[in-house]
Each structure stands twice: as C-alpha cells, then as structure tokens.
Unconditional design. Structure first.
Length: 468
C-alpha cells in the first residue's frame, strides 16, 4: 500500500493526466470529471471493465495492465493507495519528475474552492452522499459530486454540475478527508476501523474531531452512534446539528416502519414530515435523516428536504438485485465490516418474508479479518440462515498465515450454519443446492465477490433445491 503524502504540492494547472487504477468507481469518476474539464486523460487497470470501456467512449486512452509506456505525455499522474510501490507506471513517473498525486489531491484540485459538503463515516457515507445529491437535484440544484459508488438513478459515481455546491464522499480510511476545505461536514457514525492506519482508537476519533472542527459552516453528526457521541464531546465547532432517533436529536426520526418500503417521521423543532423511501432497511431511515439535516443546514425547509430525499433509488452494490432464478433472488452488497453486514442482512430480513437469507461472505483484507473474525461470525450466524464462506480478498495486503475464510467459519457456535468453500464454482453449486424458492442469496464484501453472481444464477438455473 502507498500511503498518501499530502504534503506534496498539487499542480496549479493540469493538461494531461494519467490515472493508475482507473477502473475503480472513485478513480473512474475522477477521470470523467477531468475529461469534463477538457483535460487529456489516460489510465490503466489490471483488468478490463465497463468503467474502462465507458472512459474510452468518452475519449480517454485506457490500457489493461500496467506499463511505463502507458504514461505517454502526461504531466500529472493520479494514483490510489491500493497500488504497489513497485508499479512500473508509478516508479517511472517519480523518476521523470512528474507531478504524482493521490486521488484525494486530484479531487481537492477539482473542488477548487467551491462550497463543499463532505460526507464521512465508517458506514453509510456512499448512501448518504447519494441521498444528498439526489435530493439536491430534486430541489432544482445542479451540484457537482464525487461518490464512492454509482448512484443507481444517475448511472454514475460522479457528475459535473453548474451550481456552486460540490458534494463528496470523504474517505477517512487514510486520513485524506482532512485535506478538503469543507463547508458542511456530515459524520454518519464513527465505528472503529482502519486502525492499521491510525494506530489507535484515540487517533481515529481525534481525526474525526479535526475534520468536524475544520468545517466552515456546520457539522451534522449522528446522535445515536456511540462513536459519534464520543467525537461530539471533542468537537468545539459553534454550529453542530445532531440527527437520529435519540430524543435530544435536532433532526429526529420516529415511527420507523420497515415492513415493506421504509417509512418514518422526521422532526425538527415544531415541524415534522412523513418520509417513505424507495430503499429498504432501518439503517437507511437513519441515513435519510442525516441527509435531511444537511439539506436544512443548506437552507431548505424540512418538508421540502424530506420530500426530496424520497426519490433516492439506491447505489450500485448496496443491496442490489442481480437476478432471480428458480424463485431465488440474488443480491449483492458492499458490506465489509460487521456493522455493515448487520445492516445489510437486517434490511434483507425486512423484505424476504417467509424466505431464508443465504449469505455468501468474502472477508476483506487479512488485517480486518484477523481483528474482527469473531464479530463477523456472530453477526452472520445471528442474522443469516446460512452462510457460504469464501476466502479472504487481500486487496493491498500480503497473506497472513492462518487468516482465511475458515478462520471466520470456525468461529460459528453452530457449524451447521456455515460452509467454508474456497473454490468459487463449488460455492456457487452448494448455494444453488440449498436455496429454495423465496430465499434471498446475498453476496457480501467490497472485493470482487460480486463476480460470483453469474455462477450462482447459472447454478440455480440447473440445480434442484435440496432440503437443508
């Protein structure tokens, strides 16, 4: 992993930019925005993807695989922290003395002093960012935005707008959310994660407090989340707005109903409004309350804000339906932390009816799996009817001896509730064999687990259900 060096200078002007790892949703979104600015764009990734083909259609020069020759005449190279230091494009760019900047610095350059809404938090920030962007468009505002996932109704993770507002998902994982000149900060929650970067919970919380206190206008923060409450005590900002189910929240949600489309009442002072969402899960009611709170800080009335948030149709890889075979619905979710897995499975439980939930879990990174394998096992065993456990997606990390999917499955109290299947085809066939009409299969993880879905659907189409 390459840790971002935020002390490096950001160029004043960029005429030709090369993106290493351009296929990711965040990086491809940035590349599209550079194209919108009239900047020549090239990029590379380790595998072909729809994102690469889309960029090529927009005029970018894209490459599959990494090679120093791909740099061309670029004056600036943008990279993620997920590439290896030995990447030939990264090494050659350094040797040539090109501007080599982290993706967060490229985003900072794009923002360029506009009125910025930054959404941070261990969970829910992609959905919350999508809700704010969707609501602003419903309110006839045309914001520029960069999200960590594709907003389903817009078919994009980024967009160049004509108004002064800029909305971003701000990444706390490597501390880069402290780089931005934020006007309104939204903190969805502060669940301890990324301690491999911060070193301690104390440092993690302190970073969120610095992020909040640096906001020029206001801080919107959860009143329910224990971690957020601890950070709230550190914040010295004069304008803090809280949201949640807590009775003392400034923007409060009550009467949350999840039997079908989520509905609830949101209140602020003497005003209240009813909300009915298009996305399932009680956690999305909380996300929506945070988005409404941000909109009120931006100057919109509560009723208008509540109505605008209702139009949000979800983001790609957040409880996304991919297909139905033999009466079995197959979903995918990006959840890769125990809290996120719990939220995804709880949302599924509210809509599955009499069916069962079969989770296909791909643990993400060896460090998180080693630290949280018991928590993953507890959540999966309590909220899914059965779990099919794959092996760890290492991402930027080297393997750790003994840290595999079997470490998680071995922590189940009842081994009958889990099946460790490291081979994907075998995992797909096993899933198809135990699935019954009415069941939901849901892949979980932020690696490449979604790529097993075609195998699962194909196996379902030719496999009769077994009684399990």
């Amino acid at each position: 992993m390459i840790r971002p060096d935020l002390s490096l200078p950001i160029p004043e002007s960029i005429t030709s930019a090369h993106f290493i790892g351009v296929g990711g949703s965040g990086m491809s979104g940035l590349a599209r925005m550079f194209l919108d600015r009239g900047i020549r764009v090239s990029g590379s990734d380790r595998a072909d993807s729809a994102a690469l083909r889309d960029l090529a259609a927009r005029g970018a020069t894209v490459h599959v695989g990494h090679d120093a020759a791909h740099l061309g005449d670029a004056d600036t190279v943008v990279h993620t922290g997920a590439i290896w230091p030995e990447n030939p494009e990264f090494v050659t760019a350094k040797q040539r003395g090109l501007h080599v900047i982290h993706r967060s610095q490229a985003l900072h350059w794009l923002i360029g002093g506009r009125r910025l809404v930054s959404v941070a938090g261990a969970h829910g920030k992609t959905t919350s960012t999508g809700m704010i962007v969707t609501a602003l468009r419903a309110l006839d505002v045309d914001p520029t935005f960069v999200n960590g996932g594709v907003i389903a109704d817009l078919g994009a993770s980024s967009g160049t707008g004509s108004d002064e507002l800029f909305v971003i998902e701000a990444d706390e994982s490597d501390g880069t959310f402290l780089l931005y000149d934020t006007s309104v900060a939204l903190i969805t929650n502060v669940d301890p994660d990324h301690l491999d970067h911060y070193g301690s919970r104390e440092a993690f919380d302190a970073a969120f407090a610095r992020f909040a206190d640096a906001a020029r206008e206001a801080v919107v923060i959860s009143a329910d989340d224990a971690g957020a409450r601890a950070v709230r005590e550190r914040i010295t900002h004069p304008n803090v707005v809280t949201f949640g189910e807590d009775a003392a929240a400034d923007v409060r949600l009550t009467d949350v109903r999840t039997d079908g489309p989520v509905s609830f009442t949101v209140s602020a002072g003497e005003e209240s409004a009813d909300v009915r969402l298009r996305v399932p899960g009680a956690h999305n009611a909380v996300n929506a309350a945070g988005a409404v709170a941000v909109l009120t800080v931006l100057g919109y009335g509560l009723a208008d804000a509540a109505k605008a948030v209702e139009g949000f149709g979800g983001t790609v890889r957040r409880f996304e339906l991919h297909g139905v075979q033999r009466g079995v619905s197959v979903y995918d979710d990006y959840a890769h932390h125990p809290t996120e897995v719990a939220a995804a499975l709880s949302a599924a439980r509210t809509v599955v009816g009499d069916g069962r939930i079969i989770a296909i879990q791909q643990p993400h990174t060896y460090s998180r799996t080693q630290e949280m394998y018991r928590e993953f096992a507890e959540v999966l065993e309590s909220l899914a009817d059965h779990t099919v456990m794959l092996d760890v997606y290492g991402a930027r990390e080297d393997p750790v001896p003994g840290v595999t999917g079997e470490l998680v499955s071995g922590a189940f109290a009842d081994p009958a509730h889990v099946h460790y299947v490291p081979d994907w085809q075998s995992a797909a066939e096993y899933t198809a064999a135990i699935a019954r009409p009415g069941d939901y299969v849901i892949t979980l993880g932020c690696g490449n687990v979604y790529q097993i879905i075609p195998q699962v659907l194909e196996a379902l189409s030719r496999t009769e259900a077994a009684a399990v």
